[in-house]
Design a protein around this ligand. Structure first.
Ligand SMILES: [Fe+2]
Length: 275
């Protein structure tokens, strides 16, 4: 473990936490209605998840309304008898429009309004333009959480970008199912490679439905324990995501070795020397 655990500051019953799930009803391509949302929540709770963030898309296809999300979260909570703590966030598409709005309205899209912001890259994307957008978000105080780079074609072929982005101030979320082969061999291989190089900070379900793309994490955590050990599995599926939902420092935060000043991404963006 790179740094000491902060598990002591979590609720006594804190189990695994899922920071990325499309559980709110009829908003995007996730749960189709409230019954499906309830089924997903029950599955997650039975699987050992105690905290789950509802993170609807904000992209060219789906509009994002914090007020509507709060209403739907309350409707779902009323059906759960306290079996799962729900949180709010957004599956934030890294577009110029979204970046501008997030800069003008700090916390609108981030997890529980804190510093951690799920960031979904277009596929494919153009690295220089998106590096600049990430840097602006970081300058404003966000910690971008790169969602499922293992499934993105640009990251799959340019893996160095991931360590560059971590050095810039991002952290990395890999889909739990990717470790189980649910996203194909390339994504699985990539997920395993990222894990072996300490380039994963958190896993999440990116759940969309009770069956396919289900909101379960236990099996993926068990696979990570096999690939690494129990401590890393607990950090990625419990301690780190719990810290993220509470806007705390990560319990486990490995960082890639620093690069020479000339070739670093910070230097290329003209940000070298800043803290
Ligand atoms: Fe998602």
């Amino acid at each position: 473990m790179a740094e000491s655990s902060q598990a002591h500051s979590l609720p006594a019953d804190a189990g695994r936490a899922d920071i990325h799930c499309h559980i709110l009803p009829a908003l995007d391509d996730g749960a189709e209605d409230l019954e499906m949302s309830v089924a997903m929540a029950r599955l997650a709770a039975e699987d050992g998840t105690t905290d789950l963030a509802a993170t609807p898309h904000a992209n060219y296809q789906f509009a994002f309304s914090p007020e509507r999300n709060r209403e739907l979260k309350a409707q779902l909570e009323a059906r759960l008898d306290g079996k799962l703590r729900l949180h709010l966030g957004c599956d934030f598409h890294l577009s110029i429009e979204n970046i501008q709005d997030a800069l003008q309205n700090f916390g609108k899209y981030s997890l529980n309004g804190g510093r951690y912001l799920l960031v979904e890259f277009p596929d494919p994307f153009h690295p220089p333009a998106h590096e600049r957008g990430l840097a602006q978000l970081i300058e404003a105080g966000y910690v971008p959480v790169l969602t499922h780079p293992e499934r993105n074609r640009v990251f799959q072929t340019h893996t160095r970008l991931i360590s560059d982005f971590i050095r810039l101030g991002c952290i990395v979320q890999v889909t739990g199912g990717a470790f189980l082969g649910s996203w194909g061999r390339a994504a699985q291989k990539n997920a395993e490679e990222l894990l072996s190089h300490d380039l994963v900070h958190v896993i999440a379900s990116d759940g969309h439905a009770p069956r396919n793309r289900s909101p379960r994490l236990a099996e993926a955590a068990a696979r990570i324990a096999e690939l690494r050990d129990e401590a890393v599995a607990n950090a990625l599926s419990r301690d780190n995501p719990q810290a993220i939902l509470r806007n705390q420092e990560l319990a486990y935060h490995p960082r890639p070795a620093p690069e020479s000043k000339k070739t670093s991404l910070l230097a290329r963006l003209g940000l070298a020397g800043r803290s």
